[in-house]
Design a protein around this ligand. Structure first.
Ligand SMILES: *[C@@H]1O[C@H](CO)[C@@H](O)[C@H](O)[C@H]1NC(C)=O
Length: 302
């Protein structure tokens, strides 16, 4: 009897196939765009800088991150069943949290990289040498792992004696915590603390980095340089605010007051929508990437 049922979107039955189509398209778009970014930043000689090193790793991370949730969701939409074993549910939660945490930290490293490049250009090659880049990326991937394993273990050692229907489209903390029938106070506090450390602190660091970048850019004399820096920073900031904002709403109140449909909608932002937007935001407005893409396409087509 140790099985859960992911309810998914079955409260809107007439939209199942439309949702299936939309999510499938988004998933394929994420896979394609991020693979292209990985190939371009690996092969193009003009893109061998720390910024593109981070971007390549970030694209790789995005592919992993969406692969933990979307294929499973597509399968549930297709089969209309959604049963999931306790172990599979715990594994999914573990990976979503781990990769989500990595995403928070890696975005912080990327903001720090831009901060050094723009505010300390003379020291940039020294500060962001290859070793530091690798250390920052490795730290982003590794530092969340023990915390997340502990957290997931703690949640799944709670007794689940009532309903086994998870009113969500993947095994996230709040909907699973809602089904536990023991005292979940300690778990809620633990989730809260981890959310502050892995979501709020990185968000504040990013805000500080971009604040310094903007104040630095304002001192630039050329209006064009200013406009360019502003358009880059503003698009990054929109994504950052949406990603960290929706993640904080979810994890800073693990026993939510809002309705479950609202929670599902909010989760769609940080699990699917932002990963879809990221390659667009971080690359399409970047001239070097577009030039490299053009080069690659002409090489492939001729
Ligand atoms: C990103 O970094 C992680 C950890 O250092 C590594 O395992 C992974 O292969 C890297 N991915 C890419 C595409 O560079």
């Amino acid at each position: 009897m140790m099985e859960f049922v992911l309810v998914g979107f079955s409260d809107i039955p007439h939209l199942q196939w439309i949702l299936f189509g939309i999510f499938l398209l988004m998933y394929l778009a994420i896979l394609m765009c991020n693979s292209i970014i990985i190939v371009i930043t690996k092969t193009d000689p003009a893109l061998q800088t720390p910024m593109y090193f981070f971007l390549r790793n970030f694209s790789f991370l995005e592919i992993c991150y969406v692969t933990v949730t979307i294929p499973r969701m597509l399968m549930d939409l297709c089969t209309q069943k959604g049963t999931i074993s306790l172990l599979a549910c715990a594994t999914q939660m573990c990976f979503v949290l781990m990769l989500g945490g990595t995403e928070c930290l890696l975005l912080t490293a990327m903001a720090y990289d831009r901060y050094v490049a723009i505010c300390n250009p003379l020291q940039y090659p020294l500060v962001m040498n290859h070793k530091v880049c690798i250390q920052l990326v490795a730290a982003s991937w590794i530092s969340g792992v023990p915390v997340v394993i502990g957290q997931t273990g703690q949640i799944f050692s709670l007794p689940f004696c009532g309903s086994h229907r998870i009113n969500h489209f993947f095994c996230d903390i709040p909907p699973v915590l809602k089904l536990a029938c023991g005292d979940t106070f300690v778990n809620e506090i633990a989730v809260y603390v981890v959310a502050v450390v892995f979501v709020m602190v990185p968000f504040l660091l990013i805000a500080v980095s971009y604040g310094k970048i903007i104040s630095n850019v304002l001192r630039l004399s050329s209006t064009r340089g200013r406009a360019k820096a502003f358009s880059t920073c503003s698009s990054h900031l929109i994504v950052v605010v949406l990603f960290y904002g929706t993640a904080s709403i979810t994890y800073l109140q693990p026993k939510p007051n809002q309705s479950e449909s609202v929670s599902k909608l909010i989760s769609l932002f940080y699990t699917i929508l932002i990963p879809t937007l990221n390659p667009i935001i971080y690359t399409l407005r970047n001239k070097d990437i577009m030039a490299a893409l053009r080069k690659l396409l002409t090489k492939l087509l001729t």
